[in-house]
Design a protein around this ligand. Structure first.
Ligand SMILES: [Zn+2]
Length: 171
C-alpha cells in the first residue's frame, strides 16, 4: 500500500513490474486535486481520494476501486449553494495497444490515471441537484414552482431528461 499525493493533471503510475507478472496485484491509495473538473450543474471541490486495486491480467491491467470527493453546485430550485460528497465505484481496463474507446492506454510502462478519474467523476456528479427533496424554491407564493417532475413537457425540453423519458417509456 503506497500513499502519495498529486496536483498534476496527469497521475502517472509505474506498472511495468506488475505487467511482467500476470496475476500480480497492487493496492494503491492516492489523493489528487482536480480543480477544473465540473459539469454544468456541479464542480468537484477538494481532493479526490482514490482507493484502487491494480491487477495484471491478460491483455493489460485492470483497475478497480472507488473515487471519493466533494462537489459544489447550486440547488436547481432555490439556487442556494450545495456542498456534498460523492463516491463512485470504478472498474476499468488499461492496455498497451487499445483498440476500443473503453480501454485506457499504457505508455512506457506507466498508466495515467487522470483521464479515468475524470471520466468516472463527471458521470458521478449530480444532474440538476436539489438542496433537499422538498425544496420549495426561492419564493413559492410569488413564483409557483414549475415542477419538472409533474409535467413531461418541461422535461422533454432538456436533453438530459429526454434520455430518462426514453428509459421510462420503455418500461
Ligand atoms: Zn433549494
Amino acid at each position: 500500500m503506497s500513499k502519495s499525493s498529486s496536483r498534476a493533471s496527469r497521475m502517472n503510475i509505474p506498472v511495468a513490474e506488475l505487467l511482467r507478472r500476470p496475476g500480480s496485484q497492487r493496492e494503491l491509495s492516492i489523493q489528487a486535486e482536480f480543480e477544473d473538473l465540473a459539469t454544468s450543474d456541479a464542480a468537484v471541490r477538494g481532493p479526490v481520494d482514490l482507493q484502487l486495486h491494480l491487477e495484471s491480467v491478460v491483455g493489460g491491467l485492470q483497475v478497480s476501486g472507488s473515487a471519493t470527493t466533494g462537489w459544489r453546485g447550486s440547488c436547481r430550485r432555490c439556487l442556494e449553494p450545495i456542498e456534498q460528497m460523492v463516491q463512485q465505484d470504478l472498474r476499468e481496463m488499461f492496455g498497451s495497444a487499445p483498440t476500443d474507446d473503453e480501454t485506457y492506454p499504457i505508455h512506457d510502462g506507466e498508466v495515467d490515471l487522470a483521464p479515468m478519474v475524470r471520466d468516472c467523476l463527471v458521470l458521478a456528479l449530480p444532474i440538476a441537484p436539489l438542496c433537499s427533496e422538498d425544496c420549495a424554491g426561492p419564493a413559492p407564493d410569488a413564483y409557483p414552482m414549475n415542477q419538472p417532475e409533474a409535467t413531461g413537457e418541461d422535461r422533454l425540453k432538456d436533453p438530459r431528461w429526454a434520455a430518462l423519458d426514453a428509459l421510462r417509456t420503455g418500461q
